[in-house]
Design a protein around this ligand. Structure first.
Ligand code: UN1
Length: 512
């Protein structure tokens, strides 16, 4: 029996206008949840309910809100197995990774529960006597958060936890194909004692969500939009929020480069490239796009990388595998489209390509009817190829070569994304020169492009985002607005810049 789930707004189940079936990508005939979808009007109504609830929530002292975040962390930790199993069942993420994903929620709670006792403002000296200056962080109001399903619980927590801690109310619209995981996480959050309406979950398709957002922004019931997804949709959300004089928090795609220097430890680089490219079946926004390898080590690297990929275990995500199936049929269809970008000058060095089936098996694994795909390494990609320039969400990695580090940096930046990047080198000079030159918001040295820790700034530039950053203390600027206060207790009107004491220097003074 699959679950039946619907939107919850103001603590009550909301009306549905359509139904969506969230299925198990390892066994697509298995329905994980029947999801009642809401329309644009229901989305806008959720934003009104959130606005109503936010006033009281903002009055709850921040340390008390921090205690609620602490409870959320405990509840999530105590439910790790169930939540991780559900994530694996619904999106096919290998179980060890699903547990890591749940761990990331707990880490985020651990970080922000303390922030409830900081959330520092400042005292600032005034240019006049008997006057004090202060800064305060105020909550923005209502945050509408729209998230992808490749990290169905960890990435949403990056928005929800700090937004709630800062005194905002949230309307969360998760991906339909990860609805059951999202609903389970929502239940854990509300069990921590959040008042009704402070966190709302709305299941809706993309079009209805966008129209709902338009309505809510027009009504003035949304003050911050958080979005994780494609650059294409991110651009639309950026335009919409820009028209309302808001800047969204955008976490978009990536074409993440990995540079391999001739002085690198090649086996370490192979291990990093394997996980970066094919862990999570290449479906992280931080997944490796193109390996940019020095021409002197190209042959040795490609030979070892291809072997490692051929030997990697793809299969049932409940088992110990490098990767399971793709997230959902929509992603499988899109991935098949990327495979048509292969050109005659490309060389597939990893073996078979396409869906794993009885006719196209991977060793003795015939795909079991699931959305499993062969991991693909394409040697010989060139600047200008679609495979080089565009994000290919899924298990495909390109390889190209360079001669000088400057050339490698140029190649790394060429696609115009700027999320994550990596360099393998044993020379600190190379690592720092790469860091300076690369356009990415995140740089790994001797490590995978993926796997950022939950308390460093996460986000990108260019086609990867608008410069907004999530996680750690940096995300506080997304969910609070600075308020400056001045308090004059001199008993008279002191005019800034005019009634200011002046100490006159002798600027003609010179040493004899
Ligand atoms: C994403 O794919 O949207 O850094 C986020 C990482 C993960 C998060 C990925 N912690 O790879």
């Amino acid at each position: 029996m699959s679950r039946q789930i619907v939107s919850v707004v103001g603590g009550k189940e909301a009306a549905t206008t359509a139904t969506y079936e969230s299925t198990n990508p390892a066994r697509p005939s298995e329905v994980v949840a029947e999801v009642g979808l809401a329309d644009a009007g229901a989305f806008a109504a959720a934003c009104r309910a959130a606005k109503e609830a936010q006033r009281e929530w903002a009055r709850v002292p921040a340390p008390v809100r921090g205690r609620v975040i602490a409870s959320i962390g405990r509840l999530v930790e105590a439910n790790t197995d169930r939540l991780a199993r559900l994530v694996t069942e619904e999106i096919g993420k290998p179980y060890a990774e699903s547990r890591g994903e749940v761990r990331e929620i707990v880490d985020t709670c651990d970080f922000f529960l303390g922030e409830g006792r900081r959330l520092y403002g400042q005292t600032v000296p005034s240019e006049m006597p008997d006057k004090n200056l202060f800064t305060f962080r105020n909550p923005v109001g209502v945050a509408a958060v729209v998230t992808a399903g490749n990290f169905p619980v960890a990435v949403p927590s990056w928005y929800l936890v700090p937004a709630l801690l800062c005194g905002n109310a949230v309307v969360w619209k998760p991906a339909e194909y990860a609805a059951a995981s999202a609903h389970a996480m929502f239940q854990l959050f509300t069990a921590a004692g959040l008042p009704d309406g402070v966190l709302n979950i709305v299941f809706a398709d993309g079009a209805e969500t966008f129209r709902g957002l338009e309505l809510a922004l027009d009504e003035g019931t949304v003050h911050k939009v958080g979005f994780t997804g494609s650059s294409e949709v991110g651009r639309k959300i950026g335009e919409l929020t820009g028209r309302h004089l808001q800047s969204a928090c955008l976490e978009l795609g990536g074409k993440n480069p990995m540079v391999i220097m001739p002085d690198s430890e090649l086996d370490l680089a192979v291990e990093g490239a394997l996980f970066a490219g094919f862990g999570t079946a290449g479906q992280r926004c931080t997944s490796l796009g193109t390996v940019i390898v020095h021409e002197s080590v190209h042959d040795a690297f490609v030979e070892r990388f291809a072997r490692a990929v051929r030997e990697a275990r793809i299969g049932d995500p409940a088992q110990d595998v490098l990767a399971g199936p793709l997230l959902d049929q929509k992603f499988a269809d899109r991935y098949e489209e990327y495979l048509t970008w292969l050109q005659p000058h490309h060389k597939v060095v990893s073996g078979n390509i396409g869906k794993i089936t009885k006719d196209n098996p991977r060793g003795d694994f015939d795909g079991d009817g699931g959305l499993y795909y062969h991991p693909v390494v394409v040697d010989g990609v060139k600047p200008g190829d679609r495979l080089f320039m565009e994000e290919t969400f899924g298990p495909i990695v390109g390889v190209t070569t360079f001669r000088t580090l400057d050339e490698a940096v140029e190649l790394a930046n060429l696609p115009g994304y700027g999320l994550s990047s990596s360099i393998y080198t044993t020379d600190p000079k190379h690592a720092f020169r790469f860091r300076e030159g690369v356009s990415a918001g995140m740089v790994s040295v001797n490590n995978s492009t993926s796997g950022a820790e939950a308390h460093l700034p996460f986000g990108g530039n260019g086609k990867s985002g608008n410069g907004s950053r999530q996680s750690g203390m940096w995300v506080l600027d997304q969910f609070t607005r600075w308020q400056a206060m001045n308090w004059d207790h001199s008993g008279r009107l002191q005019k800034a810049q005019m009634d200011v004491a002046e100490i006159v220097p002798d600027l003609d003074f010179r040493l004899s």
